[in-house]
Design a protein around this ligand. Sequence first.
Ligand code: BYC
Length: 473
Amino acid sequence: MTTSINYDDKIPNNVDLSSDRRLQRALEGWQPKFLNWWGEMGPTLETHGVYLRTAVAVGRDGWAHFGHVNVPDYRWGIFLAEPKPDRRIAFGQHKGEPVWQQVPGELRADLQRLIVVQGDTEPASVEQQRLLGLTAPSLYDLRNLFQVNVEEGRHLWAMVYLLHAYFGKEGRDEAEALLYRNSGSPDSPRILGAFNEKTADWLAFYMFTYFTDRDGKYQLGTLKESAFDPLSRTCEFMLKEEAHHMFVGTTGIDRVVTRSAQLIREHDTRDIASYGGIPLEIIQKYINFHYSVSLDLFGGETSTNAANYFTVGIKGRWQEERREDDHKLTNDSAFLDKPTPDGSWGREELSALLALNLDLRSEYTGDCLNGLKRWNKILADAEIDFTFSLPHVGFNREVGVYAGHHISPSGTILDATSWNGAQSGWLPTDEDLTFVRSLMHPVYERGKIASWIAPPVHGINSQPFDYEYVHLS
Ligand code: BYC
């Protein structure tokens, strides 16, 4: 039974935490450790109030309150979507049975692993973004960065709640470990590759929120289908918050492309670096990098883990209930394009169950293409003869069937020498990164914007662009 969110509690929640004193004490014990981590690894810029949204309800309408908040005092809480009466398992061998309110013993290890992997990404992204506050292109962008950061912190709370509430001592130990691993640490790195990369500039931040947060959307979408109902309800509410993070990415790249297009028109050259703009070729290289690193987050294209998660009911497919098949997939097959030993392309038929990561990855790619269409429309409207594209799925991969192969953005299989020779045209070079970083100067006057990006079309929550989104003194 859900209760409304009580902000008088030390930990705001809608899970009736006060009725379970042991759990409440355990989470209150974790809270100072979280705040300590936030102080050490969270945003570095000191502020005196940021215009943030805070969840106040989990229903369809009016779930968020907006107001200036002192960031360290943000009320991170535990919010699950409303339960669905008589919810049934939608897929796998238990299809049609009632969903579980407790963890079945035999699935404990797998579920815990999925929750830990999901939980690990949330603080990782805050760590990756911790320096960006020093160089935001406007107060509006600075506010969005903090919004994304506090909500990733809340998503960590969401996973820690599940670990504490359902996984006993092991769960509590894992919750501690989520604060000890750090992005990029040589000794205890974050679990998944993309979360150990640097997010060193704002173009990288927009790319991260476009491509990597979008992996989050798809992974959360599959966990929302889970037969373990508390996980499903947790992910459903996280998805609501996640939409804004991707909006920041989509519109952030829109604005960079818009500004680059303006400068190209104004100076009648694509060589806009000396005019303080980001050349389209560099934007394309960032797309290539962030998309390919995010594809690795889907795991291998053939995966017995994924088949097993589906069959037992803990991780479904994207929009499982809208699919028109038997939701068991035991007799279905899928096709995978992969390099053959002689260096050409071949096609393998495999069981649909083994290809579930490939299925999810394909849904993701289709969604990513929408951004490309937007950015290409901006260029077409400015009558600029340049088209952004997504690189081939095998490009720059370190996980799955393409790892160890050299595949060009257009899908040609290359030898190591050709790859090494061509790579600097496809991925950001040190020179490109240094150039982009050279543009990153903070612009913290109300209504002002940096040279390399256009202002947003709309402000936040109907406020104008020149609103004081962040109080700096
Ligand atoms: N890096 O069977 P395989 C987000 C491991 S983002 C390192 O091919 P599986 C967010 C894998 O763990 C969403 N290791 O793949 C975004 C396995 O190890 P074990 C995060 C990797 O298991 C922005 C082995 O390789 N959530 O929310 O089906 C900001 C064989 O794996 C990688 C999730 O990912 C990698 N890239 O799929 C903030 C959901 N890929 O078990 C937040 C939970 C694979 O043999 N996680 N491995 O030791 C999962 O569903 C799955 O663990 C994965 C991997 C999709 C990650």
